[in-house]
Design a protein around this ligand. Structure first.
Ligand code: WTA
Length: 635
C-alpha cells in the first residue's frame, strides 16, 4: 500500500486512519520518500495552538526549486513543465521543458542577485499570466527571497498597500497585459503605486505588449537584456524548512489585507501530496488549472504542487470568453488536457451560453474535473458533469483557503464517490470539527456548525506578516486549541462535508474573497459619503454580488444619484480594483445599529437578499425606524 498515492476508497480509509493515529510518522514517511532534502529534520512537528506556533520538519534543509526542477532533469528533462497558452489563439503556445525551465529560473535568479536581492528580502510580483510570472516566483525561491504576488487586477492603491506592508525592495512587472480584446497598462499602475512606496529600489519590466512606456531612470530596468547577460546555472540557496517561502495577501473582515506567510518544507510536502491525489496525476497527463497565479490556487496548483510531481502544467493567459465562449474547450482539445480545474463562477457563466460552444470540441482526453473557490450549486455541478465530463469524469469539489496552503477537503477521484455540492471527505492528516456558537464540538452526522481543524497539517500558514497577534485573534481565538476557518459547514448522514459559506464579514464574489471593511473604507473616502455598509446577495453567475447601503452627507443630498453611484464605484476601483464594484447601491437615511453602535449586517443581508420574512426582533435596535424605510426603498 502506498501512502503517497491513494487509488481506491478502502485505501483512503486506511491511509486516513493512519494519518490521524500518528500524523508525525505519516508525514515523515512521505517527506522522506518523495522529496530531496539537503539535511534531515530534528523533529517532524512541534506545535502549540495557543501561541500559536507551528513547525514542520524543523531543522531540515532544502531548496524547493531543487524539488520542483533539478531532480526531474535526468528523468524528464525534455518533458514540458510549463505549457503556456497565450491570450490570443493566433499566437503559438510555448512548451517550456524542465531543462529550459531550469535555465530560465537560474538566469532570473542571477538577475535578482545582481540587482542586490538577498535571502529573506521581499519581492513583489505584479505580472499577468505569462511564463515570467512562474519563472520569477521560482527564481525568488531559488535564492531564498520571499515572493509576494499581487493579482494584476488590483489597483495602484491596493498594490502600494501590499508593497509597503511587506516592505518590498523590488517589483517585477510587465509593460502591460492582454485581457481578451483589451490591453491593460500594468506599468502605469506600478508607477502610480510607487509614488506611495518609496522603499522600492528596482522595478524589473518584462516585455509583453510592446507598448510605449515610461522607464524611470535608475529604478526601472528591462528584464530581457539583464537575463541575457546571466549564466543559466545558479546554485540553490539552502533554506531551512521553516524559512519563509512567500507572502500572499488575502482579505479579512477588518481594513488591512492579511499577508499570509507560508514556509518552505511543509508547504512543499503538502501541496505535492494533495496535487498527486486530488488530481490522480499520471506521468503523461496534461494538467490545467485556470486560476490566476495571483491567488493561492495558482501558487499551490499551477506552480509548486504540479512541478514538485514533475507534471506538465498549463498556464493560460486569457479569459474564458475570448475570442468566444468556447475558448476553454478549444484549449482542452488542442493540448489534450487530462485534468481541468476551474471556479464555479466560470462554469455558471459558460453554462448560460449556447451548448455548441462545448459540443463542437473533442473533450475525450479529460479524466478529472475540479472546482474551487466557492460553493458550487447543483445546477452548475450537473452542467459540468454532463457536458464537460460526459458523466465519465469525477468532479473534485476542493475546499481550502489561502491560509491552508493546500486542499483540505475533497473527493479523491475514482476512490471517493462524489455527491453534488459536497466537498466530501478530509484529506489524510486533516481533522475537521464542527463547532456550535458556545464553543462546543458537535459530534455525529446530519449536523452543521462552524468549521474548524483540530490538528496542524504541513502547509498551514505560520503567521500574518508583521502581525502575529492578528493571526492568533483571527484563527485561534474563536475556539480553543483549534484553527477556525471562518466557514460554516454541514456533515451529512455518511460524514460528507458540504461547505455552506462564510460566517464572517468576508464575501466571496466570483470566487474572490472580499472583506466588507476595506470596501466600506474606500466608499467613505468619497466626499459626499457619511457612512456605508456592504453585504452580499445571491447572484446567478458571481455566486454573490455586493449590495451597498450608503448614507450621504448633507452636501451630497442635492447631487444626482446616478452620478454618485458611478463615482462610488470609481472610488472602489481606485482603492481595490474592479472586482470589488457594487452591483446595487441604495442611499439610506441611516443604518440599523445595536445600542452599542454595531451595524446589524444580518438585517441588511436579509433585505438585500429579499428575505424579509424573518428579520428577527428589531425593537432593540437603536434606530428601528430606519429598517422600514430601507425595506420600502429596496432596489
Ligand atoms: C471558499 C481559495 C465552498 C471558502 C482556495 C473559503 C469554498 C474561501 C470552496 C477561501 C469550495 C473555497 N466550496 N467554498 N470548494 N473552496 N471556498 O483564500 O469560503 O481565496 O474560506 O482560497 O473560499 O478563499 P481563498
Amino acid at each position: 500500500m502506498s501512502n503517497y498515492h491513494i487509488k481506491h476508497l478502502e485505501e483512503y480509509f486506511q491511509v486516513y486512519r493512519k494519518s490521524v493515529r500518528n500524523p508525525e510518522a505519516f508525514w515523515e514517511e512521505i517527506a522522506e520518500e518523495h522529496f530531496m532534502w539537503r539535511k534531515k529534520w530534528n523533529s517532524v512537528l512541534e506545535y502549540d495552538f495557543t501561541k500559536p506556533e507551528i513547525k514542520w520538519f524543523d531543522g531540515a534543509q532544502l531548496n524547493i526549486t531543487e524539488n520542483c526542477i533539478d531532480r526531474h532533469l535526468h528523468i524528464r528533462g525534455d518533458k514540458t513543465a510549463i505549457l503556456f497558452e497565450p491570450n490570443s489563439p493566433d499566437e503559438e503556445a510555448q512548451h517550456i521543458t524542465y531543462r529550459e525551465l531550469h535555465a530560465k529560473v537560474c538566469q532570473f535568479a542571477n538577475v535578482l542577485k545582481s540587482q542586490g536581492i538577498k535571502k529573506g528580502d521581499r519581492v513583489v510580483i505584479y505580472l499577468p499570466m505569462i511564463p515570467e510570472l512562474a519563472i520569477s516566483i521560482l527564481a525568488c525561491a531559488r535564492i531564498g527571497a520571499v515572493h509576494s504576488v499581487v493579482f494584476a487586477g488590483f489597483s495602484a492603491i491596493a498594490l502600494s498597500t501590499r508593497i509597503n506592508d511587506c516592505d518590498a525592495k523590488m517589483v517585477i512587472t510587465s509593460d502591460g497585459s492582454y485581457r481578451g480584446a483589451k490591453t491593460i497598462d500594468l506599468k502605469g499602475i506600478v508607477d502610480d503605486a510607487l509614488e506611495d512606496s518609496p522603499g522600492v529600489a528596482t522595478v524589473l519590466v518584462a516585455k509583453r505588449i510592446n507598448s510605449d512606456i515610461q522607464m524611470k531612470e535608475g529604478r526601472d530596468k528591462w528584464l530581457l537584456p539583464l537575463l541575457d547577460a546571466e549564466s543559466t546555472e545558479c546554485e540553490p540557496e539552502i533554506m531551512d524548512a521553516e524559512d519563509p517561502l512567500f507572502i500572499l495577501y488575502t482579505s479579512g473582515s477588518t481594513g488591512r489585507p492579511k499577508g499570509m506567510l507560508h514556509t518552505t518544507g511543509g508547504y512543499m510536502v503538502y501541496t505535492a501530496y494533495t496535487f498527486k491525489n486530488v488530481f490522480q496525476y499520471k506521468e503523461d497527463d496534461v494538467y490545467w488549472c485556470t486560476a490566476d497565479i495571483g491567488w493561492i490556487t495558482g501558487h499551490s496548483y499551477i506552480v509548486y504542487g504540479p512541478l514538485a510531481n514533475g507534471a506538465t502544467t498549463v498556464m493560460f493567459e486569457g479569459v474564458p470568453s475570448y475570442p468566444d465562449f468556447g475558448r476553454f474547450w478549444e484549449v482542452v482539445q488542442k493540448h489534450k488536457v487530462t485534468q481541468f480545474y476551474t471556479a464555479p463562477t466560470a462554469i455558471r457563466a459558460l453554462a448560460k451560453e449556447n451548448l455548441d460552444f462545448v459540443t463542437k470540441y473533442d473533450l475525450s482526453s479529460l479524466k478529472v474535473l475540479g472546482t474551487v473557490g466557492e460553493p458550487i450549486n447543483e445546477e452548475a455541478w450537473h452542467w459540468y458533469n454532463d457536458h464537460v465530463g460526459d458523466k465519465k469524469c469525477p468532479i473534485v469539489d476542493t475546499w481550502w483557503q489561502t491560509e491552508t496552503g493546500g486542499i483540505l477537503i475533497s473527493p479523491i477521484p475514482f476512490a471517493t464517490p462524489t455527491k453534488p455540492t459536497y466537498a466530501t471527505l478530509p484529506m489524510p492528516g486533516i481533522q475537521p470539527a464542527l463547532m456550535d456558537e458556545n464553543g462546543k464540538e458537535i459530534f455525529g452526522n446530519q449536523v452543521d456548525g462552524r468549521l474548524c481543524i483540530k490538528f496542524p497539517w504541513p502547509s498551514i500558514a505560520r503567521t500574518i506578516w508583521g502581525d502575529h497577534k492578528r493571526y492568533k485573534d483571527t484563527y485561534f481565538s474563536a475556539f480553543q486549541d483549534m484553527y477556525f476557518t471562518g466557514d460554516g459547514a454541514l456533515r451529512d448522514e455518511v460524514g460528507y462535508y458540504r461547505i455552506t459559506g462564510r460566517v464572517d464579514d468576508v464575501i466571496i464574489v466570483s470566487g474572490h474573497n472580499l472583506g466588507t471593511a476595506p470596501i466600506e473604507d474606500a466608499i467613505n473616502e468619497h466626499p459626499a459619503v457619511a457612512e456605508s455598509a456592504i453585504v452580499g446577495f445571491p447572484h446567478d453567475i458571481k455566486g454573490n454580488a455586493l449590495y451597498g447601503y450608503v448614507i450621504l452627507k448633507e452636501t451630497g443630498e442635492s447631487r444626482d444619484r446616478e452620478n454618485l453611484k458611478k463615482e462610488i464605484n470609481q472610488v472602489i476601483t481606485e482603492h481595490i480594483g474592479p472586482i470589488a464594484k457594487l452591483d446595487k447601491i441604495q442611499f439610506v437615511p441611516g443604518l440599523p445599529k445595536t445600542r452599542s453602535g454595531k451595524i446589524m449586517r444580518r438585517i441588511l443581508r436579509k433585505i438585500a437578499s429579499n428575505d424579509m420574512g424573518n428579520l428577527g426582533d428589531t425593537s432593540t435596535l437603536l434606530n428601528p425606524e430606519v429598517v422600514e424605510n430601507i425595506i420600502q426603498e429596496r432596489l
